[in-house]
Design a protein around this ligand. Structure first.
Ligand code: ZN
Length: 69
């Protein structure tokens, strides 16, 4: 379900990407609040990762934010 109040933005790229205990983690800059967000790649491909500002990142590096919140 999509609505006009939802905005999507793409990340510029990873700040860093590393492996921890066999799992790949990435650090990115949120395109909405410019805060740093660290996530497991496997969890992005599943449920995604939510930033403290409310934007949600998916496995392709796209942030989606409900602008009404
Ligand atoms: Zn954010």
């Amino acid at each position: 379900m999509t609505s006009n109040s939802t905005e999507t933005r793409q990340i510029d790229g990873y700040v860093r990407k590393w492996s921890e205990m066999g799992k790949t983690r990435i650090e990115v800059v949120c395109p909405f609040c410019k805060g740093h967000l660290i996530a497991y790649v496997w969890s992005l491909n599943g449920s995604g990762k939510k930033c403290s500002c409310g934007a949600k990142m998916d496995g392709s590096g796209t942030f989606t934010k409900d602008m009404t919140k």
